[in-house]
Design a protein around this ligand. Structure first.
Ligand SMILES: *Cc1c(COP(=O)(O)O)cnc(C)c1O
Length: 405
């Protein structure tokens, strides 16, 4: 085992795919302390800047005083508190669903949902660019697993039409793609799925809190009810700024997950104080919509100015604004040159993205100031001119399309 692992590690290194963790010694925010140095970061998913907001911290402290730290047991034994319950009611209301169910993480929610609903003899169809947890859930379920071309309705339709006439069918997508920032065409996906008697599941990790009139996410944005989009999953560690995840849907769906979803049943409930902090974040989302508005203004102005500067934007309207580089080593060099200048943007390489599509995954948040975004653009232009001038003005942003290789 030891020898085999060392060989695999060496191979990783040789491919420029070796990953390393950075040690952060400050709270989340536009500026974070990394190894004693203050860096301007554009890589967190804290889109609304709630992660270090005092309202969340205060709610968490107060709930720790009343409910303690550990939840003591799983939800089904004796770990399900009144605070968890209140949060589930709020999430159901915000998403316009019958009920919502909390999971400890988004990864576990996706494994749990898909594997609880499907088994051998069933069919699962997933977008090629789906998050790893959705792909893993599909494989774990034992259902027949297919991937369709990214956002390609015709490919999905022909695969659905060719399915045998037995077993259940589930179509699974990211509502906003985590490494690309583009949206799934949920309205059309819902129609196609319904036409072929398939349920649709959307993972809204990057839309919840950001999209929709009240931050209710992609379902609210497209006005899709639980009829059209029966399984809506969202996470609480990104725009919401706390931790955990949920699924929202019908009474039957939620009761089934409570009975059958093993990553729900066999794990300790998240601390009640985390649920309290999440409730405080939802209050903030409702009372201070200016953060969402500011974020969308920043995204628009960043895109206009980056496009004018010839930076290799991808077609994204979300806070995720990747710059497509292609080569893994080049992506690493650009990221390192940015860091030397005090700007932190992570390079995303295979296997997270398809080979040849390495990129800088840049994210904007409502907490970034105008002058921080100015500095971002100036630094990007300087570094691209020095390190990768061939990528500037390569093609207009609307031509760039990364799909399955
Ligand atoms: C982050 C993410 C998850 C996992 O959520 P966690 O709560 O961090 O485990 C699932 N799906 C997508 C699309 C994500 O981006």
């Amino acid at each position: 085992m030891e020898k085999n692992l060392q060989a695999r590690l060496a191979e990783r290194q040789r491919q420029s795919r070796y990953r390393q963790r950075r040690l952060i010694s400050s709270a989340q925010g536009p500026e974070i302390r990394v190894g004693g140095k203050l860096l301007l970061q554009f890589c967190s998913n804290d889109y609304l800047g709630h992660a270090a907001h005092p309202a969340l911290a205060e709610a968490m402290c107060a709930a720790t005083a009343s409910h303690g730290v550990g939840s003591g047991a799983s939800h089904l034994v004796c770990g399900h508190s009144d605070l968890h319950h209140q949060l589930e009611l709020r999430l159901a209301e915000l998403t316009g669903r019958d009920r919502a169910l909390l999971f400890s993480t988004g990864y576990m929610a996706n494994l749990g949902i898909i594997a609880a609903l499907l088994g051998r003899g069933d069919q699962v169809l997933e977008d090629r660019l789906n998050h790893a947890s959705l792909l893993d859930g599909g494989l774990l379920s034992g259902a027949r697993f297919q991937r369709f071309r990214h956002n390609d309705l015709a490919d999905l339709e022909s695969r659905l039409a060719a399915l045998p006439d037995k077993g259940e069918r589930l179509v699974v997508v990211d509502a906003v793609y985590s490494m690309d920032g583009d949206q799934a065409p949920l309205v059309e996906l819902a129609e196609t799925s319904a036409r072929h008697s398939a349920w649709l599941m959307a993972d809204d990790a990057h839309g919840f809190g950001v999209l929709g009139a009240h931050g209710g996410g992609s379902a609210q944005h497209f006005q899709l009810g639980q009829q059209e989009l029966p399984i809506l999953m969202g996470t609480l560690g990104k725009a919401v700024g706390s931790f955990g995840a949920f699924v929202a849907g019908s009474e039957t769906l939620i009761e089934s997950l409570i009975q059958f979803a093993r990553p729900y049943i066999y794990t300790t409930a998240m601390p009640a104080a985390v649920a309290a902090a999440t409730l405080a974040s939802l209050d903030l989302m409702a009372s201070e919509s200016w953060r969402r508005e500011r974020l969308h203004r920043l995204i628009q102005s960043f895109r206009e100015r980056a496009d004018a500067a010839g930076l290799p934007l991808m077609p994204s309207v979300s806070p995720i604004q990747p710059l497509l580089v292609g080569d893994e080593d080049l992506a690493m060099s650009i990221s390192a040159a940015l860091e030397e200048r005090g700007v932190l943007i992570s390079a995303i390489r295979p296997p997270t993205v398809p080979p040849g599509s390495s990129r800088l995954r840049l994210t904007l948040t409502a907490a970034h100031s105008d002058s921080q975004v100015d500095r971002l653009l100036d630094t990007l232009v300087e570094v691209f001119r020095r390190v990768a001038p061939e990528l500037l003005f390569r093609q207009s942003s609307s031509d760039v399309r990364v799909d399955d290789q």
